[in-house]
Design a protein around this ligand. Structure first.
Ligand SMILES: NC(=O)c1ccc[n+]([C@@H]2O[C@H](COP(=O)([O-])OP(=O)(O)OC[C@H]3O[C@@H](n4cnc5c(N)ncnc54)[C@H](O)[C@@H]3O)[C@@H](O)[C@H]2O)c1
Length: 360
């Protein structure tokens, strides 16, 4: 049997990009090798490249695109740069990994989806919290129809960000961060909720900036009707002294509650409470052959390698990112207009080309 291919990666941006190396690629030396690093901050570039003995270092994204031996361009730059960099990497024939939020408008993601259809490579958005054994088991139970009719979800993202976080100049600014707590932080938990409960069909949201003196929101609440008819409530803040992420999903046959760990909401233990001994037996049957996944980046990158190698669907797709950005668009538009917003959001919707409210 031939050895599995080791894919050659260039990481662009050394903030969370360093985490991709430590928690993702380095966990899989038989699957990935990081051969180039791109970063416009020369000190950061040298420090991270030296730390991991990465031979090629550059401050030029275009130079990365010209590296013929690089298979995967992993984009970990500030959000507003993602769109141009994804298009550039796809058109250079590369496979693409890109951090959340994938891009800054629905119009942009539709252009990325169109570009992916025309190029050899594919683009995988990062939603690493899907790779946790608690949420994976819940997903399996729901997909097998054991949970039954969804009733209500409550989702809390209560995190803390203070002045130091906003010393990084692109953060907290509309043009460069593209959104606040809804887009940058709660996006993970909202993705998990929609992954498990299906898409929203109507939303009403309120946002406020109360924690830090920034241009984007740092508090938000929303009331959702899902396509299934289930209801969901979202609450997000960056002003919680004890940080938690919490999803509680009530279905007819099963109630699920995540752990409260803020930065590993998908990981075990999830509380899975069946309505009856019969439901409990069906859950036990469903989980009998369950194979544990590795957590977060390690798990997403393992699944990514399998998809690259076999040509199967990527473990997180552009459709997933679109769904998350469509929810964000609806939430922002509702908060701006003070009105409920119905999904889907089509190209003639006023928020299709941008969700941020007009500048005050
Ligand atoms: N999935 C997660 O849990 C998670 C966590 C943190 C950040 N993120 C996302 O990752 C992205 C980066 O966030 P961060 O916290 O690492 O920010 P950061 O500011 O710490 O790091 C970004 C780096 O990109 C570099 N950079 C900027 N322009 C560049 C360019 N043109 N070419 C190369 N490098 C460039 C900057 O110098 C900086 O070092 C954002 O989209 C953010 O939302 C995701």
């Amino acid at each position: 049997m031939s050895e599995p291919r080791i894919w050659r990666v260039a990481v662009v941006g050394c903030g969370v990009g360093r985490d991709h190396i430590v928690r993702g690629y380095q966990k899989h030396p038989d699957k990935f090798g990081v051969h180039a690093l791109c970063e416009i901050d020369e000190c950061r570039l040298a420090a991270v490249a030296d730390e991991f003995s990465i031979p090629r270092r550059t401050m030029s994204f275009d130079e990365v695109l010209r590296m013929d031996d690089i298979d995967i361009v992993d984009i970990c730059t500030p959000a507003a740069l993602h769109f141009g960099q994804i298009l550039g990497a796809l058109s250079a024939g590369k496979e693409v990994v890109c951090e959340k939020p994938l891009v800054g408008t629905l119009a942009e993601i539709d252009r990325v989806i169109a570009a992916e259809r025309e190029t050899a490579g594919r683009a995988m958005p990062i939603f690493q919290y899907r790779f946790g054994n608690g949420v994976q088991k819940a997903k399996r139970i729901i997909d097998l129809g054991i949970a039954g009719k969804p009733y209500v979800a409550t989702v809390e993202t209560a995190w803390k960000r203070a002045a130091k976080y906003y010393e990084t100049p692109w953060r907290g600014r509309r043009e460069t961060e593209c959104g606040g707590v809804l887009l940058m932080h709660a996006i993970h938990n909202h993705d998990l909720m929609q992954w498990l409960m299906g898409s929203a069909s109507s939303v009403f949201a309120r946002t406020a900036t109360r924690v830090n003196p920034i241009e984007v929101e740092d508090c938000a609440v929303a009331s959702l009707v899902m396509q299934s008819g289930a209801l969901a409530s979202l609450a997000a803040t960056l002003g919680s002294q004890r940080e938690i992420s919490r999803l509680r999903l009530c279905f007819e046959q099963v109630t699920f509650e995540s752990s409260h760990a803020p930065y590993s909401p998908g990981d075990d233990p999830w509380e899975i409470v069946p309505v009856s001994p019969e439901a409990e037996a069906r859950i036990a049957g469903a989980l009998a052959g369950y194979r544990a996944v590795s957590a977060r980046y390690e798990g997403q990158f393992a699944a990514y390698h399998a998809a690259l190698t076999t040509g199967a669907a990527l473990p997180v797709t552009l459709a997933d990112a679109r769904s998350s950005l469509e929810l964000a668009t609806a939430l922002y538009h509702s908060a701006t207009t003070g009105l409920p917003v119905t999904l889907p959001i089509a190209a003639d919707h006023p928020a299709y080309n941008g969700w941020l409210p007009p500048k005050p």
